[in-house]
Ligand binder design. Structure first.
Ligand code: AVI
Length: 359
């Protein structure tokens, strides 16, 4: 655990663990803090933005797309006719409920990465036989706590502990998890937003969280016709465009920058080498943007790369999972073959994780 990054762990009203960068600095501020903008300027958001905009291909990490408005816009995206992954995955989780229950076994504890609004979680918890616990993990704290509260009242007796953190960083499971087989749940093809190395690191961390013999249910979007993919990331109502452009308003608001979002446009591109749909913000003019004392120059047509959504085939994903210590148990797909849900079992080959192999 990087103790510099996660300064504090505490338990809130719901018993949830919150892990925050720079909590101590925040706490030390006076009640009427008119210098909040400059104080954020040495935080992780600031360093990601300045670092990303200083690169030859300007880039912003996609996790910063999800402020409150970004999370609302993403929920709206999941209901768009062009954005099929949510519907396809929901169909699989509903149709395969009994197989999922059999795979997870009785008394399971579900650990969900990137819990969001938790709609699919309800489907899974409903399918399971006497689930004992639920650990939702998300960086968007508002949503996380709402989801945790909803699940706690929807499933009385279920042990619920939200963890507010960036699940790509190293972190430990909260204490007091009930006994029972742990099942990592990573829906929505969020694994596609990680590059190969980060996907492997993430899968290794999930292995450590569920421990040998635990399981995982992972949603993966499949390679398909590029036009279908591009339409899913550039809908006709412009919701995805608003989601992408919103990051500029967030930088203005939280870091005191002077982006003019109307001087950028959203673009979805296919990257054949990475097998990924990329989201970019294209500069509509030659322009400069200030963030504090720093200035960033944009050529006309220059882009900021804000997200990659990698698409897999079945064997491609199974081999990434295998490298990280997961054996394949089942693969389920939707009726149109667009999306897969993988059921994985944490292998007991400890050598994969760099631990000494059992004698
Ligand atoms: C969260 N993630 C899996 C979505 C995706 O499909 O990559 C985010 C998204 N970006 C644009 N549309 C949806």
């Amino acid at each position: 655990m990087d103790s510099q990054y996660l300064r504090r762990t505490y338990v809130d009203d719901l018993g949830g663990v919150r892990l925050h960068a720079r909590d101590k600095e925040r706490e030390a501020r006076p009640m009427h803090d008119l210098t909040a903008t400059t104080q954020e300027r040495d935080g992780p958001f600031f360093s990601d933005v300045v670092g990303g905009l200083s690169r030859v291909q300007k880039t912003l990490p996609c996790r910063w797309l999800y402020d409150e408005r970004g999370s609302d816009l993403f929920e709206a995206i999941t209901r768009l006719p062009e954005y099929y992954p949510t519907r396809a995955e929901t169909e699989i989780l509903a149709d395969r409920a009994s197989e999922i229950a059999e795979f997870a076994g009785e008394d399971a504890v579900v650990v969900e990465y990137g819990a969001g609004a938790g709609v699919k979680t309800e489907l899974v918890l409903d399918s399971l036989c006497a689930p004992q616990g639920y650990v939702p993990i998300d960086i968007a704290e508002e949503y996380l706590l709402q989801t945790a509260e909803r699940m706690a009242s929807r499933f009385p007796g279920l042990w619920v502990r939200p963890v507010a953190c960036d699940f790509v960083q190293a972190f430990d499971m909260p204490p007091g998890i009930p006994p029972g087989r742990r099942i990592g749940f990573f829906p929505g093809s969020t694994i596609g937003n990680l590059d190969r190395a980060d996907a492997e690191t993430f899968l290794r961390q999930m292995w450590r969280h569920v421990e040998s013999g635990g399981g995982a249910i992972v949603g993966v979007d499949l390679l398909k016709d590029v036009d279908v993919l591009l339409r899913a990331y550039d809908d006709h109502e412009g919701v995805t465009a608003a989601f992408n452009l919103n990051i500029l308003s967030r930088i203005n608001r939280e870091l005191g920058a002077d982006f003019r979002p109307e001087r950028f446009r959203h673009e979805a591109r296919w990257n054949e080498a990475d097998k990924a749909v990329e989201m970019h913000l294209v500069s509509l003019a030659e322009q400069s943007v200030a963030i504090g004392e720093r200035a960033f120059h944009f050529r006309h047509g220059e882009t900021i790369h804000t997200e990659s959504s990698r698409k897999y085939d079945r064997t491609g994903f199974a081999s990434v999972a295998a490298v990280a210590g997961w054996d394949l148990a089942h693969v389920w797909d939707d009726s149109e073959g667009r999306f897969c849900v993988f059921a994985l079992v944490a292998s007991d080959d400890a050598s994969i994780h760099g631990f000494p192999a059992a004698a």
